[in-house]
Design a binder for this molecule. Sequence first.
Ligand code: SF4
Length: 689
Amino acid sequence: MVTGTHCPYCALQCGMSLSGGSGPVTVEARPTSTSAGLCQKGWTAPALLASPERLTTPLVRDHRHAALRPAGWDEVFARIGTGITAVQQEYGRDAVGVFGGGGLTNEQAYSLGKLARVALRTANIDYNGRFCMSSAAAAGNRAFGVDRGLPFPLADIAGTDVLVLAGSNLADTMPPAMAHVEAMLAAGGELIVIDPRRTPTAEVATLHLQNVPGSDLALALGLLHLLVAGGHVAQAYIAERTTGWDDVRPLVAGYWPERVERMTGVPVSALYEAARLLAGAGSAMILTARGAEQQSKGTDTATAFLNLALALGLPGRPHAGWGCVTGQGNGQGGREHGQKADQLPGYRSISDPVARAHVAGVWGVPSESLPGPGRSAFELLDALGADVRALLVVGSNVAVSAPDLRRVSQRLDGLDLLVVADLVLSETAARADVVLPVAQWAEEDGTMTNLEGRVLRRRKAIDPPPGVRTDLEVIAGIAAAVGVSTGFHTDAEEVFAELRRASAGGLADYAGISYPRIDAEDGVFWPCPDEHHPGTPRLFTERFATPDGRARFVPVEHRPAAEEPDEDYPLYLTTGRVRGHYQSGAQTRRVPALAAAEPGPFVEVHPHLAEQLGVAEADEVVVATRRGQATLPARVTATIQPETVFVPFHWSEANRLTIAALDPTSRMPEFKVCAARLSRAPSREAVSR
Ligand code: SF4
């Protein structure tokens, strides 16, 4: 039997067909309008289904220093129920935290939010998407009144004249998406890449603006300065479709090219060239991604690019606009349906009395029983062992993916109860008091919302191994363990039916989307308020989702990173992905072909810096920041600048070094820039002497 589904990893959600059942599962690409093929991660995804590292029984620790031992489901649910009740009796309801993930299906994310608000009655739920999409989401919300990563289908890229990718290495992170970029280039389009590294994406660009980490905001302001100075802003569009331009225009006057060159390291000539390309384009798209967004000024940085798009009159026009390239598989849907600290399903605000009443009505509880907004992801982790005494982690590996890991590790140690649901013994699960083995993508039904806002079916191809439960079953089991035995469905389609009602009338309205419609149409774009509505592939063609229908310019200014290089730590450290791994690597590091291709962490060092340090390729180097240090093999490459080093974040070494400085609006940590120093590691002989 062949089952049509989608890849378990990134937000491109490439289509795939799975065959098998009694034997090993095999995969074939299933072309969709979003993606025609698969990358190596997709091709090798079935390897994890039968991995010897797969968890197939619950595990429990009898006391903090005991080893994990196998246990039955009844025992672990009883332990969770007793533990949560004890914590809440002693410290209050909010002393229990829930940490979700952007890889969960819409149904799982929705049920997890409901578990927190209805069964645990805690305000403290957030998810790892806070570390991924939150800055772009905040920028989109304040300018457009809604946050949908791409407000147009990805395939629209092929028809634009100029594409700007700010902080996106699409060629490595979403290789099949490059087909749209290549089509654009083949049709005579131009690609501008803004990235401190000369990535494979930058290699194919018309123009690479190689800025220093943390300077994207100044760069965007500098480009807008040149467009204003050259008389290239879209005055009629600004007058008809926006507000706030008069607050932004005077600010950009201060970002003249020579000053921007000093701030960003991008030569004046390259700034003029980028402005010339944008000014001459009939249509242009500006897309931001984590490089620009994972900063303590990530929201303002995304806003600066959004202002640039508005000044050029792009959003809402064909083959044009601003968007962000979502990272995690369900990074979009995962932030729409209630696992975010301040949101209820359908993108409703948990602080809005009307929204609370609607969702409480669907859930059959009084609206005053719903908690208010809780802590953001890092603030939740930082409160562990103090205000938050028990934590449930579902679909996340915070012991690798959170910033400033030494601090997070100390907080995890302070918990009275740590419960982790995962498919393998991740670094976080290995620290838990209770580990719950859960099903994975090919073993469950549900929906995912891809980077375009297109809702897709994840279809079950095989049964999970005996002893393993689905996340929906685990959530229902935990609810029952704390005394709430109704209202938590374990059938994904039933949960989706409830989600549709909960989202009805909200910004992310799924009311008209059903499993049969998704099957028939190969995905439906939200908002889709009723079953006769066609869905909305392109937003903002007539109006924006603001009260007056106009997009809002928001004035922003450049500011330094929380920690700039200095005498003691003279280099920039930036972090990111490699082609063969996904997120914290909990899954991909256990796929043999991917582990063989990228077996471990490393540090990229420019040849000049390597020479200064007396370091050659593969020599061990100590990377140190004010938070910690890691000894890593050097990769000597001219694709990075001499004052910058890069460490991939799929292993815990990167986040031992990063800083937990948070964006004041999105609460995004500054993964992309901090100050570091490098030294040659002492040789093994010297150490042993
Ligand atoms: Fe497609 Fe992303 Fe999966 Fe690669 S990891 S196959 S790009 S969905």
